[in-house]
Ligand binder design. Structure first.
Ligand code: DGL
Length: 266
């Protein structure tokens, strides 16, 4: 049994938590949301490096983790080598699902939906070059969609028409047949995105990296085993870097299996 930390700027880590808890329920999990420094998608590289080092150092001082999942595409494009060099635990990063998208696409025209930071990084260009050089890529960088996902999980009402506007390039270009959800916040809006395409009479496959991360965790810590005792006590702690006053959020955390909320001051 391992202690696994799932780290994101905000609620996006919950889309990854959903997949890994389903596949490997026997481990202890910490969900870490750096809500104090949210959002990451508009930050410069150096700010991401400094912030990740600060918050993961605090985490490391307080918990003896075995694996860190950087459940954030934006951070993963920048901080992975630094974290691997500085800490002893295993570090898993999220890679935009460009490879499976290119394999799935029949038209060989895919759309990459990510934060502005992920869209512009050379890391992303290299992935495209390596795995989708035979595809046309339409890129959408959206911070607004990240906020919409946060709103949803904080129990605020969503304005569906905003999705139509953000996804307009995909709705209008009927050649695009696969959409890569390259920000961990976006799978949390899967239903809304699917409804948006349906409303606009568009058929588009959505792909994300959740399952790949769950598999990577298994390859690092070993095959999933049934919990011997259904009442076995496992850790399911959520950490936030700034206080949260919405009660709805604690319900959301509970829905994802995290029954304890603590402040990790950085
Ligand atoms: N969830 C994050 C990602 O996967 C970033 C969201 C943000 O803080 O902008 O890129």
């Amino acid at each position: 049994m391992a202690l696994v930390a799932i780290y994101d700027s905000g609620v996006g880590g919950l889309s990854i938590a959903h997949e890994v808890l389903r596949t490997s329920p026997e481990h202890d999990y910490i969900f870490l949301s750096d809500n104090q420094a949210f959002p990451y998608g508009t930050k410069e590289k150096q700010d991401l490096l400094d912030r990740s080092l600060a918050i993961i150092s605090r985490l490391d001082e307080n918990f003896c983790i075995d694996v860190l999942i950087v459940a954030c595409n934006t951070a993963s494009t920048v901080v992975l080598p630094m974290l691997r060099e500085r800490f002893d635990f295993d570090v898993i990063g999220v890679v935009p699902a460009i490879k499976p998208a290119a394999q799935l696409s029949k038209t060989k025209h895919i759309c990459l939906l990510a934060t502005p930071g992920t869209i512009e990084r050379s890391y992303t260009d290299e992935l495209i070059e390596r795995f989708a050089s035979n595809c046309k890529i339409t890129k959408i960088g959206s911070s607004e969609l990240v906020l919409i996902a946060e709103d949803k999980l904080y129990g605020r009402t969503l304005d569906q028409s905003q999705l139509d506007t953000i996804l307009e390039p995909v709705i209008e270009n009927t050649e695009i047949d696969v959409l890569v959800l390259a920000c961990t916040h976006f799978p949390l809006l899967r239903d809304e995105i699917e409804k948006c395409f349906l409303r606009n009479a568009r058929s588009v496959r959505l792909v994300d990296s959740g399952e790949a991360i769950a598999k990577r965790l298994v390859s690092i810590v070993g095959e999933s085993q049934q919990i011997a005792n259904a009442n076995a006590s496992v850790i399911r702690t959520a950490l936030v870097s700034a206080p949260i006053n919405q009660e709805r959020f604690t319900h959301t955390l509970a829905d994802y299996g995290f029954d304890e909320l603590q402040l990790l001051s950085v």
